[in-house]
Design a protein around this ligand. Structure first.
Ligand SMILES: Cc1cc2nc3c(=O)[nH]c(=O)nc-3n(C[C@H](O)[C@H](O)[C@H](O)COP(=O)(O)OP(=O)(O)OC[C@H]3O[C@@H](n4cnc5c(N)ncnc54)[C@H](O)[C@@H]3O)c2cc1C
Length: 216
């Protein structure tokens, strides 16, 4: 039987398809949500070599593949195990601050809720950085470019046919509809700008199967 060094094996013990090289065109540190997407995008160019380094182990475990089991990753080896500092405001408690330590990072242990960020946050970042690319008009186009919205088509607000399947919950808790309706009179900034409208875009990713950050 062949003996392989740890460097020749993937985290779940499979032989890597090629030996480690001594040089790479790109080294991405952290195979979490962002790092995995960056590495995948770089890999679209077949002429470049990429090394993705992840501190955690394999994402091929049931608690990651089935996102309804997301909470069973917390406190395991797939969680860095951070805690907040003790605070008088929470009676001296130290709440858990989970963070993924596994291929896919947070996207491997999160609950797969798809909620777009708030317009005001992006616009504030654009103003603070002087970088127009961060304003919500531009970010909105990026959201549409990555979504495969499975609900009623709304070409002006939702992307279709792209990498991420977005489903609406089949039986949302009745309080959700009431909450959205209750907020409607307060929203005066137009259909794309109100947080109420943004939350209606919320959905779930891919029928409970976690699209770990390495895949999209
Ligand atoms: C329990 C939980 C539930 C969540 N639920 C949702 C949700 O439903 N919807 C949603 O949109 N967001 C959710 N989030 C947030 C979302 O998952 C994160 O915002 C997102 O994953 C952050 O991506 P990131 O690339 O910045 O970091 P991460 O995905 O955390 O990636 C960082 C990666 O770097 C690795 N790393 C760190 N240090 C090193 C090192 N020295 N060497 C090599 N690798 C290293 C880590 O192990 C990790 O894999 C949730 C997060 C958690 C923890």
């Amino acid at each position: 039987m062949n003996q392989f060094s740890p460097a020749e094996l993937s985290p779940d013990g499979e032989l890597m398809s090629e030996s480690m090289r001594s040089r790479y065109d790109f080294i991405v540190c952290g195979g979490g949500t962002t790092g995995s997407v960056v590495a995948r995008r770089l890999a679209e160019d077949p002429n470049v070599s990429i090394l993705l380094i992840e501190a955690g182990g394999s994402d091929r475990v049931p608690q990651v593949i089935d996102s309804t089991q997301w909470m069973w990753n917390i406190g395991t080896s797939r969680d860095w195990g951070y805690k907040a500092a003790s605070s008088k405001t929470v009676n001296g408690r130290t709440p858990l601050l989970p963070m993924g330590k596994v291929l896919g990072g947070g996207s491997s242990i999160n609950s797969s809720v798809w909620a777009r960020g708030h317009m005001n946050d992006f616009n504030n970042w654009a103003a603070a950085s002087g970088e127009e690319g961060w304003n919500y008009d531009n970010i909105f186009k990026v959201y549409c470019k990555i979504e495969d919205w499975q609900g009623t088509p709304e070409a002006k607000r939702r992307g279709q046919g792209r990498l991420l399947n977005i489903l609406q919950p089949e039986n949302p808790f009745p309080l959700v509809a009431g909450l959205i309706k209750g907020a409607e009179p307060e929203t005066t900034m137009g259909p794309l700008s109100s947080s109420c409208q943004l939350q209606k875009v919320m959905g779930y990713l891919d029928e409970g199967k976690t699209p770990s950050g390495q895949k999209p």
